[in-house]
Design a protein around this ligand. Structure first.
Ligand code: HEC
Length: 145
């Protein structure tokens, strides 16, 4: 019985760490929507846009938006956003990696050839350097439209 419980616990935590879609639905979809399309002028889209962030070398920036939040005016596809993205650093490194991989490969988003999937170690390395939401804004690639 004890072992069964242990196995159940282990398999549950593996499932949480790996299921980026579920974790996205619980932690991101209220703002960025299940479709990833966001809400114009309130919550920026990730569908059709996250790949641009990656291609512009915004990998560390993306990890940090989730870990430490983001505050500062941005433009996405010509629309302005000046809300605040809350810090979601209470999520585990593995969950954050799984969510970002879900976002990178959903809604016709695709990882650019030059990029590999996000890993928990990568998230851990960014977590080690604390930032304010304003400092995260400064990490945003300048070329993004
Ligand atoms: C409470 C609403 C809210 C939640 C929940 C939320 N976000 Fe955000 N997100 C925002 C807002 C608002 C912005 C834009 C902030 C600004 O303009 O400073 C943003 C910005 C971003 C950006 C940067 C987009 C860009 O073009 O620079 C990324 C990436 C992102 N969010 C991903 C996520 C992920 C992944 C999750 C879930 C782990 C998440 N967000 C959860 C509201 C939210």
């Amino acid at each position: 019985m004890k072992y069964l419980l242990l196995m159940l616990m282990v398999s549950t935590s593996l499932a949480t760490a790996q299921d980026g879609k579920t974790a996205y639905t619980s932690n991101c979809a209220s703002c960025h929507q299940a479709t990833g399309k966001g809400i114009p002028s309130a919550f920026p889209p990730l569908a059709g846009h996250f790949t641009d962030i990656l291609a512009a070398d915004g990998r560390a920036y993306a990890i940090n938006t989730v870990l430490y939040g983001m505050n500062g005016a941005i433009k996405v596809n010509g629309k302005s956003y000046s809300g605040v993205m809350p810090a979601l650093g209470q999520l585990s490194d593995a969950d954050i990696a799984a969510i970002l991989n879900h976002v990178s490969t959903s809604w016709k988003n695709a990882l650019p050839d030059t990029q590999k999937l996000f890993t928990a170690d990568e998230v851990k390395a960014e977590r080690a350097v604390k930032k304010t939401p304003e400092q995260v804004h400064e990490l945003r690639p300048k070329g993004l439209k």
